[in-house]
Design a protein around this ligand. Structure first.
Ligand code: IVH
Length: 674
């Protein structure tokens, strides 16, 4: 039992802390079950650090209170470079030092926890609570695989309290919410709430299923060992004891060093697998930390430098719908202006009607709005306690608010659409034009959204082709359009005429055709006529030969390009734009297309796989059983029942030579296109 326990703990450490698995999962599971069985038979010999305790235990009635031997404090916050400079000044003044080095690390966005190890064995875990007393979450913390149940090495302290953060990785958070959704249960607003909710479970088996993680960032009580000289060395030491410590840390000099660290982490923030809400600076020398001491509830030697909050509370004042360039109707929450993620947000997308229902967002609700990095703002969830009695549900309009056409929703689509089309619906027209001139499409510099709106509203342009008929006269009739600006627009339009086929295809704004699909189409077909021909032939079936193009995309392309009004627009535009046309090298559609073959028995020279490959290369299909639909049965030595059946059904029977002749003919088959 001792051997199995130690082995399993070694593998858990390798997997969850080092990220370097040492044995296959199945072997691990087998050893784990064996230990469980032995423990059931010999309960008196169960070790304190047995890995079987990580699966959770029977629910407890309530959490016990734990008084922290060393209080768990909080940090003062800095929000600006000046705050950081002032922090550095105060530290240097307090120490009468010229320059101070700071251990800089991430401010993990989870919840603080204190882990108690006695003689190297994990005995207790407590939440921060009010800093003086917290809750005993020992059984729950046992389920966190990266937290060692026994410290590594021979020189373990008699008592060690490790302080750190429990959190949930973004990917685990997404999976958890997907599971909650499928089970019809409430989703968590963010990974921090999910981590807190998972840890504060009276049934620790639930915690065990949630994949929580832990990073150490400090020490509380310590007996029977000396602290190292610096905070950086302290974290190294914790790492050596088998505790998880993040690698994202650095020792930097002075305010400039801290600000540099802040900027560099800011750039990497979105790419981290977990959420952080800032960075933390700590005077690196522990002697300095002792000298500086504490003021009220926070250390003088440390400072949290926060990133702009990515979430904020605000009120939903209304829910409107927006009409996109493909007619997609998107519900948009109109919000009381709120500063979040570094900008003031007044609107946030609700994606589609299903999303509004699923999140149960109503007009009048107080909601959490999130804007992370450059991602468009979104409504995360509403705050139930703050829902007013008169909160109103969103009603999806039945007619397009812009053109009045019916709004339709196909059965298999989440998105409702305006059925007016771009020729009828000015919102789609504007959206389509804005897309057409955008930088990655036709790239007309200086032709902004407002100008397009105005030109469509005034009836100056209707289609992308009209853009190229604009002249000084037409442009001067617009508001805020000086002669010079008009000239610039005309020059930019002229310049945009030199383009590429890929850009042109992308600029058309065909639903489901993004930049990469447009490039693939341009590359595959080489010229516009080949694409148009493929789109018009048998519902665009030939489009499926282009890498990345599946049935849905092929359908969109065929529908778009065969629509008479779109076809006319394409014809007008190709007369105005220029791009290099290439030859379309068609793959021969073999003469065996539509023919089904069945192979049976042993052929004299060809293996069965080789024969099948040759048939398929010539466009034929190979099937395993003979039916009326079989075109040919290729029979070799020892052919059995398949041959008999073919004879009964009167199907043509070939030997290898006859097959080779057929294939030779197929190779010379004429392509369907030049
Ligand atoms: S040190 C005495 N380091 O931030 C200083 N805290 O406002 C103790 N936190 O409750 C905290 N990452 O949960 C420290 N690298 C880090 C941290 C960190 C996150 C949290 C911690 C604490 C809060 C302080």
């Amino acid at each position: 039992m001792a051997w199995l326990g130690a082995e399993l703990n070694r593998h858990i450490y390798a997997y969850h802390v080092l990220d370097a698995p040492t044995i296959p999962d199945a072997d691990y599971d087998r050893m784990f079950r064996e230990l469980q069985q032995l423990e059931a038979a010999h309960p008196e010999a169960v070790s304190q650090d047995t890995p079987t305790s990580r699966v959770g235990a029977a629910p407890i009635p309530e959490f016990k209170q734990v008084t922290h031997t060393v209080p768990m404090l909080s940090l003062n916050n800095a929000f600006s470079p000046e705050d950081v400079e002032n922090f550095d000044k105060a530290v240097r003044k307090g120490l009468a030092a010229e320059q101070v080095d700071y251990a800089s690390e991430l401010k993990f966005d989870g919840l603080a926890i204190s882990l108690r190890y006695e003689d190297g064995v994990f005995v207790q875990a407590a939440t921060r609570g009010d800093g003086a007393t917290g809750e005993d979450v020992t059984v729950n913390i046992r389920t966190v695989r990266s937290i060692p149940l026994r410290l590594r090495g021979d020189a373990v302290p008699r008592l060690l309290e490790v302080r750190g953060e429990v959190l949930m990785f973004k990917a685990d958070f997404a999976k958890l919410n997907a599971r909650q959704r499928d089970a019809g249960q409430k989703e968590f607003a963010n990974p921090r709430n999910a981590a807190a909710g998972s840890l504060r479970q009276l049934d620790s088996r639930i915690t065990a299923a949630r994949n929580l993680r832990f990073f150490s960032y400090g020490v509380g009580a310590l007996e029977g060992a000396d602290l190292p000289e610096s905070h950086a060395a302290l974290l190294d030491w914790l790492g050596a004891l088998g505790l998880p410590v993040s690698n994202e840390r650095a020792v930097v000099a002075g305010a400039a060093g801290m600000l540099g660290y802040y900027a560099s982490v800011g750039k990497r923030r979105a790419g981290l697998p977990y959420e952080i809400d800032g960075v933390v600076y700590k005077a690196n020398r522990l002697e300095y930390q002792r000298q500086l001491g504490f003021v009220s509830r926070a250390p003088r030697f440390a400072m949290a430098h926060k990133f702009p909050a990515e979430e904020a509370l605000t009120e939903v004042q209304g829910i409107d719908v927006q009409v996109g360039r493909t007619g997609a109707i998107t519900p948009v929450a109109r919000l009381a202006p709120v500063f979040v993620g570094g900008v003031t947000v007044e609107n946030a997308t609700l994606h589609n009607e299903g999303e509004v229902r699923r999140k149960d967002i109503r007009i009048g609700d107080t909601v959490i709005v999130r804007r992370a990095g450059d991602v468009i703002p979104e409504v995360v969830s509403f705050v139930p306690e703050r829902r007013p009695a008169n909160a109103r549900e969103f009603v999806m309009p039945t007619a397009c608010p812009v053109c009045g056409s019916p709004i339709v929703r196909l059965e298999d689509e989440a998105i409702a659409r305006c059925s007016g089309g771009w020729t009828h619906c000015s919102a789609q027209k504007k959206g389509g034009l804005m897309h057409f001139v955008s930088r990655r499409a036709i790239d007309v510099e200086g032709l902004g959204d407002q100008l397009i709106e105005q030109m469509v509203d005034k009836g100056v342009i209707h289609t992308a082709a009209d853009l190229y008929a604009l002249d000084q006269d037409k442009l001067s009739s617009l508001d805020r359009m000086a002669a010079k600006s008009a000239q610039n627009v005309i020059a930019a339009l002229e310049k945009s005429k030199d383009t590429t086929l890929a850009r042109f295809i992308y600029a058309l704004g065909i639903r489901n055709v993004g930049e990469s699909t447009a490039k693939a189409l341009a590359q595959y077909f080489g010229n516009l006529d080949a694409l148009l021909h493929a789109a018009s032939w048998e519902g665009g079936i030939q489009l499926l030969e282009v890498a990345d193009v599946g049935p849905i995309v092929a359908r969109s392309i065929a529908d778009f390009l065969t629509d008479p009004q779109n076809a006319e627009l394409v014809a007008q535009l190709r007369a105005q734009l220029r791009w290099k046309e290439g030859a379309h090298v068609m793959k021969a559609v073999g003469a065996l297309a539509g023919k089904t073959f069945v192979l049976t028995g042993t052929l004299p020279t060809l293996s069965r796989d080789a024969a099948a490959a040759l048939i398929e290369a010539a466009g034929g299909k190979v099937s395993g059983s003979v039916s009326k639909k079989t075109s040919y049965v290729v029979a070799g030595e020892d052919a059995g029942s398949k041959l008999t059946k073919a004879q009964e059904l009167g199907i043509a029977i070939l030997d290898e030579t006859a097959l080779q002749e057929l294939l030779a003919g197929a190779g010379a088959a004429s392509p369907t296109e030049e």
